[in-house]
Write a protein that binds this ligand. Structure first.
Ligand code: ZN
Length: 287
């Protein structure tokens, strides 16, 4: 989905849950973070297309949980973003919710048409609908052949009806929800977004504006090194602003340390037991 839909939806949900503008704005900022995994100018498009890190690197439960531990509201915003992207079609590349686990798994090959075959190299293998992706996806998402990992798709296309319904619906919801004090809501909102969280918001705007300019226009035309350097520098500045103010938002969830240690220990021991079990039972290396 588009960034404006993600932010508006997260703001609306944050407002409905917490009745508090600064917290709702934090949820909105969280919803703007996952798409920082877009390739843009930082690496060659071919490399990113090969590994398809967009909608994987920062679109998975592990990064979501880590951010949620760092700051609950930012993390909630990330999960709302995942929820909306889960609704999008293979054309938009769905999301890889359990990245990077899918990239380690090796057992057998499950073809897209349902055939299963053993193979030595890559062992668990579900073919993404590569033909469909290559015919329909954005240029930046195309150059894929077969992908040994699993994305999750939904029925909707980016920038179309569902996307804009989420945006307008969320916007209208916020206005109606605050209809009795709309003026003071806007004052509070603008203050929070552009004064209180000034650095992080400006960082996000710079990063995406320059990134999209590069992705949609400049990368297809002859650009001199100076311009390219300026775009790259601007985007790094944007990232720096996000990180500088982001670091001040640290407020971890109060979790019971002993309980966490116990859970982690059980998980590791469980994994060891399961590995032995599966190895004995199926006589093959299974991850
Ligand atoms: Zn996304």
């Amino acid at each position: 989905m588009n960034l404006n839909s993600h932010i508006a939806f997260a703001l609306a949900v944050g407002l409905a849950l917490f009745h508090n503008i600064p917290l709702a704005v934090l949820v909105g900022i969280g919803a703007a973070l996952p798409d920082l995994d877009r390739e843009y100018i930082f690496t060659r498009r071919k490399i990113f297309a090969k590994y398809q890190l967009h909608r994987a690197l920062f679109h998975n439960v592990f990064v979501g949980l880590a951010v949620m531990y760092f700051n609950f509201y930012l993390g909630l915003g990330m999960f709302l973003h995942f929820g909306l992207d889960l609704l999008t079609s293979p054309t938009d590349r769905g999301i890889e919710l359990f990245f990077p686990l899918g990239r380690f798994i090796r057992t057998f090959k499950l073809h897209y048409d349902g055939k299963v075959s053993k193979s030595k190299g890559v062992m668990w293998y579900l073919e993404d609908p590569a033909t469909l992706v290559n015919r329909t996806a954005d240029p930046g998402l195309r150059e894929v052949e077969r992908m040994p990992w699993i994305r999750i798709y939904g029925p909707f296309k980016n920038s179309r009806l569902a996307d804009w319904t989420v945006f307008y619906g969320s916007f209208i919801f916020i206005q109606l929800y605050e209809i009795n004090n709309l003026v003071s809501w806007w004052e509070d909102f603008l203050y929070t977004a552009f004064v209180r969280y000034f650095l992080i918001d400006v960082g996000i705007v710079i990063f995406y504006a320059l990134g999209e300019l590069w992705r949609r226009r400049l990368q297809f035309s002859q650009v001199d090194a100076k311009t390219k350097g300026a775009i790259l520098g601007g985007m790094i500045l944007g990232l720096a602003l996000i990180l500088i103010q982001g670091a001040t938002l640290y407020s971890p969830m109060p979790l019971n340390g002993k309980l966490m240690e116990l859970a982690l220990l059980s998980l590791i021991l469980g994994l060891v037991m399961a590995t032995l079990h599966v190895r004995l039972r199926f006589k093959e290396i299974v991850m």
